[in-house]
Design a protein around this ligand. Structure first.
Ligand code: CA
Length: 220
């Protein structure tokens, strides 16, 4: 699950970035509105955290352009502007949620889970394909009688697959969802993570489609 953080305040950006990584997200962090525009044109993020008061281009402008370009990623505005007008404008420009600084990082993570869930067409907090059920709040996976705690990255790989059951995700697509820009990715990293998930939950959980990638079954 790859998140774009657009925030020019270094202390807040650092804190949010660390918390997101701890919660198993891959994070790309940009610090001004023009860079954000460029990144949003070219990279695929599952959600965007957007500050409004940004250098070079205002956050509301970034949001407006992103929606005009047809980008449907969930956007949560995080800003010190607590004026009601900004809040309304942000939501009307296409934001999905709004958090006023200072906020509790736990609340940000909960709101992020909620908008990502909605984006995947799910209202229920647990992700499931009928065979395996994943709890994003605890990173526990349940399969039959077995309940296993997954590592942050094992969780990220299984979550990516469960958000698109029945669809094959390639190595590149999985890497994009699991790792941020600055992270070095070993060529067999995805295989290693999938091996770890299968070892805990059973090898039938994730299917290998030779030459194409991996998938989980769609619920019947
Ligand atoms: Ca700012």
């Amino acid at each position: 699950m790859r998140i774009l953080l657009i925030e020019d305040d270094l202390m807040i950006g650092e804190a949010v970035s660390i918390a997101l990584k701890d919660a198993a997200y891959a994070v790309d962090w940009v610090k001004d509105g023009v860079t954000a525009d460029g990144v949003l044109e070219n990279a695929e993020h599952q959600a965007v955290l957007l500050d409004l008061g940004l250098p070079k281009r205002d956050g509301l402008d970034v949001l407006r352009r992103l929606r005009q370009a047809g980008n449907t990623a969930p956007v949560i505005i995080i800003t010190a502007r607590d004026g009601i007008d900004d809040r309304i404008k942000g939501l009307d420009f296409g934001a999905d949620d709004y958090l006023v600084k200072p906020f509790d990082i736990k609340e940000l993570l909960a709101r992020l889970r909620a908008v990502i869930r909605r984006q995947g067409g799910q209202a229920a907090p647990l992700l499931s394909n009928g065979q395996v059920t994943l709890d994003p709040t605890t990173r526990e996976a349940r399969c039959g009688a077995a309940v296993e705690a997954l590592s942050a990255r094992e969780f990220a790989v299984l979550q990516a697959l469960l958000l698109k059951p029945g669809m094959i995700l390639s190595r590149a697509e999985l890497e994009e969802r699991i790792y941020g820009w600055n992270e070095e990715v070993e060529s067999n990293a995805v295989d290693f993570l999938i091996h770890g998930v299968r070892k805990k939950l059973g090898s039938s959980i994730i299917k290998n489609v030779r030459g194409a990638g991996w998938m989980v079954e769609k619920a019947r």
